[in-house]
Design a protein around this ligand. Structure first.
Ligand code: SF4
Ligand code: SF4
Length: 165
């Protein structure tokens, strides 16, 4: 079965969420920050001993807006160049120590619910390449938790991953 988006726009609203005690927005890869205005973007994931050190590298950014500024009348105005996070939705790929890679489906999406309920078990994954780019970020988190930092939008501070709740 193929995924059939209803263009309800739900996945482009309510983008801020709290996870492990940090407030975060839509994940953006470095080459995607140009899709938004400068004041709408903050860092998201950094790797290094300490933020702002010479060797500290920012691997991902985030949109600070609760609703995407590119959504107009439930349509994406930058559809052809939209970020990898949007391209993979409602699917995701996650590292798993036993299985290698796990496929996730976001059941907040009504089209995903329909797809899963009517599927015989074989799903057509629309954009695996984008999902792999986000997967690579998640893999980085598993390398050395003491060097992974997330930027909390609420406190406007970097938080070390292994110290999060
Ligand atoms: S929530 Fe699902 S159905 Fe609605 S716009 Fe997003 S991908 Fe499409
Ligand atoms: S860039 Fe497009 S698809 Fe992504 S959240 Fe914004 S409106 Fe939705």
């Amino acid at each position: 079965m193929s995924f059939n988006c209803r263009q309800c726009g739900l996945c482009c609203r309510e983008l801020l969420q709290k996870d492990m005690g940090i407030q975060r927005g839509l994940t953006l890869l470095p080459n995607e920050i140009k899709l938004f205005s400068e004041e709408q973007v903050k860092p998201y994931l950094g790797y290094g001993k300490r933020p702002y050190d010479k060797d500290f590298k920012i691997h991902a950014y985030q949109l600070t807006q609760p609703s995407c500024p590119n959504l107009k009348e439930n349509k994406c105005t930058i559809y052809d160049t939209r970020p990898a996070t949007c391209r993979q939705f409602p699917f995701s790929l996650d590292p798993d120590p036993e299985e290698g890679i796990l496929l996730g489906v976001d059941m907040n999406c009504p089209a995903a619910v329909e797809l899963v309920n009517n599927s015989s078990g074989v799903l057509d994954f629309p954009d695996r390449e984008s999902a792999m780019r986000i997967y690579d970020l998640k893999k980085l988190v598993t390398v050395n938790a003491r060097r992974v930092w997330f930027y909390d939008l609420e406190s406007d501070k970097w938080m070390r991953y292994d110290k999060l709740d």
